[in-house]
Each structure stands twice: as structure tokens, then as C-alpha cells.
Design a protein around this ligand. Structure first.
Ligand code: ZN
Length: 184
């Protein structure tokens, strides 16, 4: 059932502050990235993962299944697996759907989890940290010593709160304001 290229692997870096964990189907790569940026342990199924394997993984790990596939939703419901049938085409709409389904996701981006591999980030410390930063061509060298950097424990990717980060916060602010408007 499980082939070597499967993505359905337990994340060894379980993070207590974010208790909800997700597994997403092959159509929801962008949503997976966003959930990781929001701090959630999110496994994104690979093309090779069959529906049955994804369902079993969700069940075993008690992850919330996010899928666009009606048949998978039906089967998840039959097996008592918590799931959300995601219908929106764009990621902001998809995040709103999760909220509407009672998944109270934190809408603040946190430097906690790698958006690429789902590993946990740790702060790059001063001692020897510069060498890690200098080794990566995409790190803005003029910011070293002036800003905080984080490194992924699993793949080594470097993160910092740059313009991309600020743009994401703006996008999320819109969802937060909409929610606030509804609550008032
Ligand atoms: Zn990583």
C-alpha cells in the first residue's frame, strides 16, 4: 500500500501549541502551505498516495482530512474521520471555509513550521548562525545581524519576516476583519 515516495509520514516534530493537525489531498497544496505558515502540522498527500491510504493515515494520526473529493468525504464520514469538503478555488476562500466548519484556526502567521516540508523551525542563534545564513544564496545578506532568522530542523530552509511575510499578514487581516464584522 505504501510506496517509498509517499508523503504520509508521521511528523516527528509535534508541536504542542497547535493541537489540530491536518492531512490534505493532492489538490490542496497551497492550502497546506498556508496552514504550515499558520503553525499547523499539515501533511500534504503525494500523487502516489491512494485515497484509502490517506484515509487510514488521517484515522491513525487523528488528523483532520481536508479534501475536494466527494467520495473521500463520504468514506471519511462512514469511518468517523473528521473532515472538511473544501470547495473554494482560492486559498483565502478555503481558509474561510475551515473557519465556517468550526475549525478555529489561528490567523496569525508564526515562524514555527516550514512551509515546504512541515518540519519545525528553530531560531538561528548568533554563535555560528551567520555561517548558516551566508551559505544560502537567497538570504538577504544586508539583514544579517538586524533581523531574526529561523532555520528548518528538517530541510534547512531559512525564514525571516520579510515583505512576503507582511503581505501574508495583510491577506489574513482581511479574513479577520470579516469575522470581526460578523461577530459584532
Ligand atoms: Zn523544511
Amino acid at each position: 500500500m505504501r510506496c517509498s515516495s509517499s508523503s504520509l509520514q508521521t511528523n516527528p516534530y509535534f508541536s504542542p501549541p497547535f493541537t489540530m493537525r491536518f492531512v490534505t489531498d493532492r489538490m490542496l497544496g497551497k492550502l497546506s502551505t498556508w496552514l504550515r505558515i499558520l503553525g499547523y502540522d499539515t501533511v500534504y498527500a503525494a500523487d502516489e498516495d491512494e485515497d484509502g491510504a490517506i484515509l487510514t493515515f488521517a484515522e491513525r494520526e487523528e488528523r483532520i482530512l481536508l479534501t475536494r473529493d466527494r467520495d473521500m468525504i463520504r468514506e471519511a464520514n462512514r469511518r468517523g474521520i473528521r473532515c472538511v469538503h473544501v470547495r473554494g478555488d482560492v486559498v483565502m476562500d478555503q481558509l474561510k471555509e475551515l473557519l465556517q466548519h468550526g475549525i478555529d484556526i489561528n490567523l496569525e502567521p508564526v515562524p514555527w513550521r516550514c512551509s515546504v516540508c512541515n518540519g519545525v523551525l528553530r531560531k538561528v542563534k548568533d554563535e555560528g548562525g551567520d555561517a548558516i545564513l551566508l551559505a544560502k544564496s537567497y538570504v538577504p545578506k544586508d539583514r544579517i545581524g538586524k533581523t531574526e532568522f529561523w532555520v528548518c530542523n528538517r530541510c534547512g530552509r531559512i525564514y525571516w519576516k520579510g515583505s512576503h511575510w507582511l503581505k501574508m499578514r495583510e491577506q489574513l487581516k482581511q479574513i479577520k476583519n470579516e469575522r470581526k464584522g460578523k461577530q459584532e
